[in-house]
Design a binder for this molecule. Structure first.
Ligand code: AMP
Length: 198
């Protein structure tokens, strides 16, 4: 049977512009954009038990425990809108979560991974600007630096793993939203077409 699903991930340091690009990619491939950060923030805002459980962790810029995060993603991926595939944003974030995702899904858990490459200083100033606009509690300079550190330590190593799987599309994240979106579309189309031909 041919696999007609499209399973994508966008990865990159906090502030690289993943959320903005995720919306565009999701629309292009007709799959839902699923952001664990958005799910957590919605629960915090709604004052749900999950929100209460994760609020302090997120405000410190730490990672929510894997078991909890994995459970939430597993549940989200069984929703009917994810049947044609999905675009994950912010998950998996460490090796344990990659293994959990691999176990959630039969066959290849991901078809392509977009890496948004940006300079760290540019990212910090972008996040400080977002802090002013959106007032996110985890956008103070100290927490931003901590989140960058966690990214470098736990998430960046995944890039090599996805590269070894032959599914990595590395894109320069500097430029206008449209320019970056264009680069992503070109890279993704080319990888997905070559995979489909195999
Ligand atoms: P994000 O919007 O992706 O930057 O996520 C905001 C915050 O939510 C992170 O700093 C973490 O505290 C938490 N979070 C989001 N995704 C994950 C994940 N996959 N694993 C653990 N914590 C997460």
């Amino acid at each position: 049977m041919t696999d007609t699903t499209t399973r994508l991930l966008i990865i990159g340091p906090p502030g690289a512009g993943k959320g903005t690009q995720a919306a565009q990619i999701a629309q292009r491939y007709g799959v839902p954009a699923i952001s664990t950060g958005d799910i957590f923030r919605a629960n915090i805002k709604g004052g749900t038990p999950l929100g209460q459980q994760v609020q302090a962790i997120i405000e410190r810029g730490e990672l929510v425990p894997d078991t909890l995060t994995n459970e939430i993603v597993a549940d989200r991926l069984t929703q009917p809108d994810a049947a044609p595939g999905f675009l994950l944003d912010g998950y998996p974030r460490n090796v344990e979560q990659v293994h959990a995702l691999d176990n959630m899904i039969e066959g290849d858990s991901l078809d392509a991974v977009v890496l948004l490459e940006v300079d760290t200083d540019a990212v910090v100033s972008r996040l400080l600007k977002r802090a002013e606009l959106e007032g996110r509690a985890d956008d103070t300079e100290e927490v931003i630096r901590h989140r960058q550190h966690i990214y470098a330590e736990q998430t960046a190593p995944l890039v090599e793993l996805f590269s070894e799987r032959g599914i990595l599309v590395a894109v320069d994240g500097l430029g206008t939203v449209e320019e970056v979106a264009e680069r992503i579309a070109t890279g993704l189309d080319s990888l997905l077409t070559s995979k489909a031909g195999r």
